[in-house]
Design a protein around this ligand. Structure first.
Ligand SMILES: [Zn+2]
Length: 335
């Protein structure tokens, strides 16, 4: 299955298969939670499907389709794949994992047309793992295709990126994403939630489904309390101890972005967090865009090191302090 917003990409890339423009390694990049994994899974299915249907979609009924869906096809492997939109908590990809993939790729095919490996969160390969993978990229076995899926492709070594064809995905058209969410469930304020999730429909769905929306709202309330001296960094970080640091960075980035918009215009046309607009408007009066751009730079740096940070609590505290320093009037700092 592909998502409605992927129809155009599907047509484009499925054509690569027929026209033999498919290379041995493909870097599938784009924001998290927009359906890249599912696209690759369906593509792997199509590559091996014996009875493709209309629009070149896999039939879903042949042996190959069944086995790939079940994750038990002898020629297709998925590494680090998650349920659609689930929390991104996977660990580093280690050299042993890649050596195993290299061995798998070198084996001859059993029943498929292609040997396919999809590595999700490919940027989580450590340096030894990346070096081990280079071997396969340099001498790819015939009939094999490797998909590297990543929302942080810049963290992959250039030696790897340069050997891949890149398929770039972006945040879907809001109307298509909204329609998909509304079909799944009526009731939630999808437009607000989608906005709060940076336009990423799978994240919006997950937020609704897991109650993450409430966690996010509570986070913003605490953040406002922190910025007005009603909460402390240590108090807030202890409440956040079970949260995914990457998600907290995303929330902080969205919050900073909204503050910048509020600095320029009291009622901005687009805003990611309309539910906390009033708090944002108040805070915008005590800061300036340059301070906020600094804060965004620091958050981008935090994001870069988030996947290798060992002490999660300290890491979150550092980020909160950075935000506090960029935004809080000097009289309240250090409280
Ligand atoms: Zn099939």
């Amino acid at each position: 299955m592909i998502y409605p917003w992927q129809a155009h990409a599907w047509q484009q890339y499925v054509h690569y298969l027929a026209s033999e423009r498919l290379t041995h390694a493909i870097l599938v990049s784009g924001p998290a939670a927009i359906g890249k994994q599912e696209f690759c899974r369906t593509y792997a299915q199509r590559m091996n499907c014996t009875k493709p249907g209309p629009q070149e979609h896999p039939c879903g009924a042949c042996d190959n389709c069944h086995l790939i869906r079940a994750g038990t096809h002898p020629d297709v492997r998925f590494i680090n794949m998650e349920e659609a939109g689930a929390a991104d908590r996977s660990e580093q990809i280690r050299v042993d994992d890649i050596r195993e993939i290299n061995r798998f790729m070198a084996l001859s095919r059993q029943q498929g047309q292609f040997k396919v490996v999809c590595i999700n969160h490919a940027h989580r390969m450590n340096i030894n793992a990346a070096n081990a993978l280079l071997k396969t990229l340099e001498e790819p076995p015939a009939g094999s295709v490797l998909f590297l899926i990543s929302h942080r492709p810049e963290q992959l070594p250039a030696t790897i990126r340069s050997r891949c064809q890149t398929w770039k995905f972006s945040v879907p058209d809001p109307a298509l994403a909204l329609h998909w969410l509304q079909e799944k469930a009526t009731g939630p304020a999808w437009q607000d939630l989608l906005g709060a999730c940076g336009g990423r429909p799978l994240l919006a769905w997950e937020s609704h489904d897991s109650g993450l929306g409430k966690t996010r709202t509570a986070f913003y309330e605490q953040l406002l309390a922190l910025m007005t001296g009603r909460e402390t960094v240590t108090g807030m970080s202890s409440r956040l101890r079970n949260e995914d640091p990457e998600r907290i960075i995303e929330w902080l980035q969205a919050w900073c972005g909204d503050l910048i918009r509020c600095c320029y215009k009291e009622h901005p046309e687009t805003i990611e967090n309309p539910d906390v607009l009033e708090g944002l408007q108040n805070l915008a009066q005590q800061t300036t865009p340059p301070c906020l751009f600094d804060c965004l730079d620091q958050l981008a740096e935090s994001r870069r090191i988030a996947s290798v940070s060992m002490n999660q609590r300290l890491f979150i505290e550092n980020m909160l302090v950075q935000c506090q320093q960029s935004l809080q009037p000097p009289s309240l700092q250090g409280r």
